[in-house]
Ligand binder design. Structure first.
Ligand code: CDP
Length: 227
């Protein structure tokens, strides 16, 4: 059966990546973490000491960046595994400022579209259903209570063995949500045809079960329409 595109958008840390990965596994689809791509660009700029306002340097820097995903979807920047480093608070503090730059968005959206290719794909981010794949057959807008999201991210960082301060994590999520929702280029919005899913009181498994049921309906519908 031909694969569909599943777009998952929503606020910071509500489990988009966990859901997207679970769906991709269950359906044998490609999973693309678009947030990791913004994080990799941010890390590269930080390492070069380039600020978001340095337009000329930014343009040159983008030409030097090669992004890919290794086994287990690990983020790879110019051949180096940076999976852990891109999840650090240092990158989290800067990423929304970098992601607000139209130049950076243009650079990444082209790559996101080509990574999905022609097979089934699940991509999570902020503008996947609204900008990257406006014709995605299934769009999910995932959200959850802010306190619950902060707790989840705090525990996730601790599990990865990273330093984490609950108040800093919580403040970072709030700041990113605000910047992501109010930027001019491709703000975080719920597409009019997206299904809203609030998983405040659901665990990862329950969230996946709901999304998988929705996906199977859309996949069948898509196959019927294609005939
Ligand atoms: O994992 P979390 O939900 O905290 O964030 P992420 O998916 O890793 O994305 C990090 C940041 O990248 C977001 O806060 C946005 O500023 C930006 N982003 C974006 O602008 N557009 C996307 N499609 C994905 C991420």
């Amino acid at each position: 059966m031909k694969g569909i595109i599943i777009a998952i958008d929503g606020h910071s840390s509500c489990g988009k990546s966990t859901l997207a990965r679970g769906l991709a596994n269950a359906l044998d689809y490609v999973y693309i973490d678009s947030g990791a791509m913004y994080r990799m660009v941010t890390l590269y700029l930080q390492r070069q000491g380039i600020g978001p306002e340095q337009n000329e340097l930014l343009r040159e820097a983008l030409q030097e960046i090669e992004l890919s995903f290794g086994p287990g979807n690990r983020a790879v920047l110019n051949g180096e595994d940076v999976e852990s480093e891109i999840r650090s608070m240092a990158v989290s503090r800067q990423v929304s400022h970098v992601a607000a730059l139209p130049e950076v968005r243009r650079f990444l959206v082209v790559q996101q579209r080509s990574l999905a290719g022609h097979q089934g794909a699940v991509m999570d981010g902020r503008d996947i259903g609204s900008v990257v794949f406006p014709r995605a057959q299934l769009k999910i807008f995932l959200t959850a209570d802010a306190g619950v999201r902060a707790r989840r991210r705090y525990l996730e960082l601790r599990e990865r063995g990273m330093e984490a301060d609950f108040d800093q994590v919580s403040e970072n999520l709030r700041a990113r949500d605000r910047i992501d929702s109010t930027r001019k280029d491709s703000p975080l919005i719920q597409a009019s045809d997206a299904v809203r899913l609030d998983n405040t009181n659901m665990d990862a498994e329950e969230t996946l079960a709901v999304a998988l049921a929705l996906a199977r309906i859309r996949i069948r519908k898509n196959a019927t329409e294609d005939r």
